[in-house]
Ligand binder design. Structure first.
Ligand SMILES: [Fe+2]
Length: 319
């Protein structure tokens, strides 16, 4: 069925309950993104052909990776969009054309429409939003981590399961959030299998979407097929204030050794701390202590096993 931009909405169904429950609950809903035709093979190949190569994230990992395992970065120079898509279907990759939902005019228009519908339905005040298109191979995954903004996943093709954990200790600590905000750490968190009984497991098929409360840790495992999804992060005044409090506490703790707690901060003082955090960022910006570029460990090669030509020693799981 083709998407009729005049009579169809992109969100087709809010499930059981009002859309405003996205503020506090894991919320499942349904969408019609597939009907736009923008996520079929031909469109995706065209999109990859037109996307700047330097804005392409390419990684590989062990199939069905453990919850704590990070990825390895690679290259795919010389491949056109159709070849790259073929490699994703046959190989072991997680590929994201960065900024496509804001830089590509066609996909950016769709993203603006999607966010306008979401904002209207939920009644949220959204300060900023960004979307990442993710194309991933069968049995790939995303390790246990937390995002600093509100996050949701709109799934378009294939199957995946997202494991969502409560936004509280022991799943995520205030110290972890502070160190991510202070750029001492990336978004990954310490993981323990003991967290599993507390997890909410959500299976996603084509047309399913899920949103979860801010700072809820999560991890993802793909099913045995090609996955196409859009991961969306957005900020609301509440998120900005909450992150401001964590940032403020983190800076004070590091400067003075005084232990402040976001959980125990009275609601009345939170705006003042958030303003303080903004001032601190301007007066004394933090230099990131984490490595932002990754060594390229492989090249995508359609003639090789799993379409990977390793540069140097292949990891144990690939041999
Ligand atoms: Fe995430």
């Amino acid at each position: 069925m083709a998407f009729d931009a005049n009579s169809n909405t992109l969100i087709s169904d809010w499930g059981n309950g009002p859309a405003s429950r996205v503020r506090n609950e894991v919320t499942r809903f349904n969408h019609r993104l597939a009907e736009t035709g923008l996520f079929e093979d031909e469109s995706l190949a065209k999109l990859l052909d037109s996307h700047p190569y330097e804005d392409l994230t390419i990684c590989t990992m062990r199939p069905n990776p453990p919850a704590f395992e990070r990825w390895m970065a690679g290259d795919a120079r010389g491949l056109n969009g159709a070849e790259l898509l073929d490699a994703i279907k046959r190989g072991q990759f997680w590929i994201s054309p960065r900024h496509v939902m804001t830089a590509n005019p066609v996909y950016a228009a769709l993203f603006r429409r999607l966010m306008a519908e979401y904002t209207k339905a939920t009644g949220l005040t959204i300060a900023s939003a960004d979307g990442a298109l993710i194309l991933s191979s069968p049995n790939m995954g995303v390790f246990y981590h937390v995002d600093l903004a509100e996050t949701m996943l709109w799934h378009i093709r294939g199957h995946k399961t997202i494991h969502l954990y409560p936004a509280q200790a022991p799943y995520v600590s205030e110290a972890s959030l502070e160190s991510i905000l202070l750029k001492e750490n990336l978004t990954d968190l310490p993981y323990s299998p003991e967290f599993e009984p507390g997890a909410d497991r959500v299976d996603l098929g084509a047309g399913d979407a899920v949103s979860w409360p801010v700072h809820s840790p999560h991890r993802v495992l793909n099913g045995p097929d090609l996955n196409v999804s859009i991961s969306i992060e957005y900020t609301t005044p509440r998120t900005v204030m909450l992150n401001g409090v964590y940032y403020f506490n983190g800076r004070v703790r590091r400067a003075t050794g005084v232990n402040l707690s976001a959980e125990r901060t009275p609601a009345l003082f939170k705006p003042a701390k958030a303003v303080g955090a903004k001032a601190m960022k301007m007066l004394a910006p933090i230099k990131s202590t984490v490595e932002s570029t990754h060594e390229r460990r492989f090249d995508i090669d359609l003639a090789q096993k799993n379409c990977i030509a390793w540069r140097g020693q292949a990891p144990d799981w690939a041999v």
